[in-house]
Every structure is written in structure tokens, then in C-alpha cells.
Write a protein that binds this ligand. Structure first.
Ligand code: GLA
Length: 381
């Protein structure tokens, strides 16, 4: 059963009645532009075919009641007045945050019943939490008989991460999910939230390989990287690193770690622009070089990769050769690898990976084949 069917069946089982509606939001994979969104940079994510479904129905009285079908039916029940964070931060934090964010925007359907089911891998760098937030926002809006514009929905979800889950994330994930279209990468300028849909060539495939090393951004490393970038911008007298360049960073003679962080951000923004040019020119070799350079910078300068992911990236790049490339994707410290290659080369690529893992006596990690003629993403499951 897909998440929409599971949410619906779960609703019937939990509340004894059919839901009035079902909302869905995909996960996302970032092709390039990593750790630059909170520096006002440019990013290039795309929605994926897994996602989160929320079945909803209105009820009498002021209470919101919700059941998380993927967490052994854990539930939450609250009224909006005096609503507090759930401790420790978990799916309930996102639910309470989104309910409160929507109410701040005048969207309050009153009594509401919800069941939540998802297919995004969690802690894999594929934005399961932003997917949950956007699906909840869509469900709450639909129950109130309205719909929020994608940018407003994304902002509500970002504030939920900040204020209800304690992660000072940028807005890439939320915008990718709220505004992304199937089979397109979304070029997003995080300074002014301008977007451009970049069609992915139909003979290319986007392959996501999960490292199996899961991570939570709440563990502090993510916020620490953000502070490094803010320190760099402040030392350069800039509002954000978007306006920095490599010469300016070298001349400032900053602390070596801060210099490395800033150099990553500046070069990664340039790589994102170049990646759009490569995609539009149907130049997989050029895109592959950019993906490999992005990974090296994240590993060596931004220091957000881990050895298991580095090995997977090397393995994927060796199997792909010059027709494409691979890198870590998402916030880092584990998570997933994204590879872009010829669609026709996918079976050979998978066989090479499988062979390599078998030689090491291990089994192939979970792999998702996305994009470009693959299953529809966007707003459908
Ligand atoms: C996480 C955050 C995003 C972004 C990426 C790194 O996914 O939620 O805002 O910063 O990490 O690019």
C-alpha cells in the first residue's frame, strides 16, 4: 500500500469513519548546492517519489488528534491555546509547530483528526521532516477550506524546524517540496526565493543510495556549521556569504577553519550555477565533474561527510566513469549519496555496486531510482 492508502486505512481504523481528504508531500534530493541555503545561496534540489501522506477529517470541539502510523500508532492530542513543544523533539513537535504556524496565518480548522503515513527513509538526508511539515500544512489548510501559496507554506515549515525542533535549517528542503515539480530540478535563489524549474533530460537517471548511517540534524553539528558561516560573513563585513568571493576570503586572513567553510560556500554556489548550464546543455560529463568537486569540498572544507559515505561516493564514481558522477546529498554526517548517470547505464551501475558489496561480504544498501521519466513526484504519492 502506498502512504495515501495507508493513511486512509489507518484513519478508518483509528476513528471509525472515512477521512474527508488526503494530503501528500514528497521528499527531496539535492542535486547540488549543499550548505549554501542559509548563506543566501543557490541550490538545485528535486522532489522524489517517496513522501508523506496525511488523511484528515474535521471533528466537533477544539482538539487536534493525530496518529503516527509509522511509529507503532503513537498519538498526540492537543488544543492550540497554550500549546507547547513536545520533548524530546519528534513527529509531534512538527505537528504542533505546523498547527501553530498555520493558526498564526489565520488558518485554523478547529477540531481535527489526522493519520500520518510516510515512505521517505528517515535520517537519510532526504528531508523526511520537511515532507511531514508540508503534508501537514496542506492537510490543515484543506480542512480549513483554503490553500497556502508554496512560499508561505515553506516559510511556515522552516519556522517549525527552527522553533519547534531546534534545527536552524535554511529553506531549501521546504521550497523543494512545496514548489518542486516532477522530473524537474528546482533552481532556488535562497536570497529572494525566486525559482526556476529545470527539466531533467529524459535519458538521465537520478539514483539515490542510502549509506545506512542515519543522522539527526538536531545533534548540533548542523547549527555549528551555520555559526561558522555567520562568523565568516561577519568578519568580511557582509550580510551573508552570497556576496563573498575567494579573493576576499583569502585577503581577510581568517581562522583556517572559518576560511575553509567560507571557501566551500562560495565555490558551491558557483558549482550550482554551472550545474544548471550543464543540465541545460545535456552535458553529463560536466555535471559529473561538478558533483565530484562538490563532494570533495563538503568532505575536506566543510567537513560534513563521514568515511562510509566517502567510500560509497568513490565506489559510485568508479562505476559511473566520466558519464555522470556522484556525491553526498543533504545535511551530511551520514545520509545518502546522489548519482546522476545515463538511464541506460543504470543496470550496469547497479551490478557493479552489487559486485563490490558482495566482495566485501555485505549486501547492497537501499537504492532509489528517481527523476526523469521515473515515478511521478510532486503532489501525488
Ligand atoms: C539540511 C537543511 C537544509 C540545508 C541542507 C544542506 O537538509 O534542512 O536547509 O541546509 O541540510 O544543504
Amino acid at each position: 500500500m502506498n502512504p495515501v492508502e495507508r493513511a486512509r486505512a489507518g484513519f478508518l481504523a483509528a476513528f471509525g469513519t472515512e477521512p474527508e481528504g488526503n494530503a501528500f508531500a514528497p521528499g527531496r534530493v539535492n542535486l547540488i548546492g549543499e550548505h549554501v541555503d542559509y548563506n543566501d545561496g543557490l541550490v538545485l534540489p528535486m522532489p522524489i517519489s517517496t513522501g508523506t501522506a496525511v488523511a484528515w477529517g474535521r471533528s466537533d470541539g477544539p482538539e487536534v488528534e493525530a496518529v503516527a502510523l509509522d511509529f507503532a500508532g503513537q498519538h498526540d492530542r492537543f488544543v492550540l491555546t497554550g500549546l507547547t513543544q513536545h520533548q524530546p523533539a519528534d513527529w509531534r513537535s512538527y505537528l504542533r509547530g505546523m498547527a501553530s504556524q498555520m493558526a498564526h496565518r489565520g488558518i485554523d480548522p478547529g477540531g481535527l483528526r489526522l493519520t500520518i503515513a510516510g515512505s521517505n527513509p528517515r535520517g537519510a538526508g532526504l528531508s523526511s521532516s520537511a515532507s511531514l511539515c508540508i503534508a501537514l500544512g496542506r492537510a490543515i489548510s484543506a480542512a480549513a477550506g483554503t490553500a497556502l501559496a508554496p512560499v508561505e507554506l515553506a516559510k511556515a515549515a522552516q519556522l517549525t524546524e527552527h522553533d519547534w525542533a531546534g534545527v536552524q535549517c535554511g529553506i531549501m528542503d521546504q521550497m523543494a517540496i512545496a514548489a518542486g515539480e516532477p522530473n524537474h530540478a528546482l533552481l532556488l535563489d535562497c536570497r529572494n526565493l525566486a525559482t526556476r524549474q529545470v527539466p531533467m533530460p529524459s535519458d538521465w537517471a537520478v539514483v539515490i543510495i542510502q549509506s545506512g548511517v542515519t543522522r539527526g540534524l538536531v545533534d548540533g553539528h548542523y547549527n555549528a556549521r551555520r555559526r561558522d558561516c555567520e562568523a565568516a560573513a561577519a568578519a568580511l563585513g557582509l550580510a551573508s556569504l552570497r556576496d563573498a568571493d575567494l579573493a576576499m576570503i583569502a585577503a581577510a586572513k581568517l581562522d583556517p577553519i572559518i576560511t575553509a567553510r567560507a571557501a566551500h560556500v562560495v565555490s558551491e554556489i558557483a558549482r550550482t550555477v554551472a550545474a544548471v548550464t550543464a543540465i541545460e546543455a545535456h552535458d553529463l560529463a560536466a555535471l559529473g565533474d561538478l558533483l565530484r568537486a562538490s563532494h570533495a569540498s563538503l568532505r575536506d572544507q566543510f567537513e560534513v561527510s563521514v568515511p562510509a559515505v566517502d567510500r560509497l561516493v568513490d565506489l559510485a564514481n568508479a562505476a559511473i566513469g566520466n558519464s555522470g558522477g556522484a556525491r553526498m546529498t543533504g545535511g551530511g554526517f551520514g545520509g545518502a549519496v546522489v548519482a546522476v548517470l545515463e538511464r541506460s547505464a543504470v543496470p550496469g551501475f547497479l551490478a557493479a555496486l552489487e559486485h563490490n558489496f558482495a566482495q566485501q561480504g555485505s549486501t547492497l544498501p537501499t537504492i532509489m531510482i528517481e527523476g526523469t521519466g521515473g515515478p511521478a513526484a510532486g503532489n501525488t504519492p
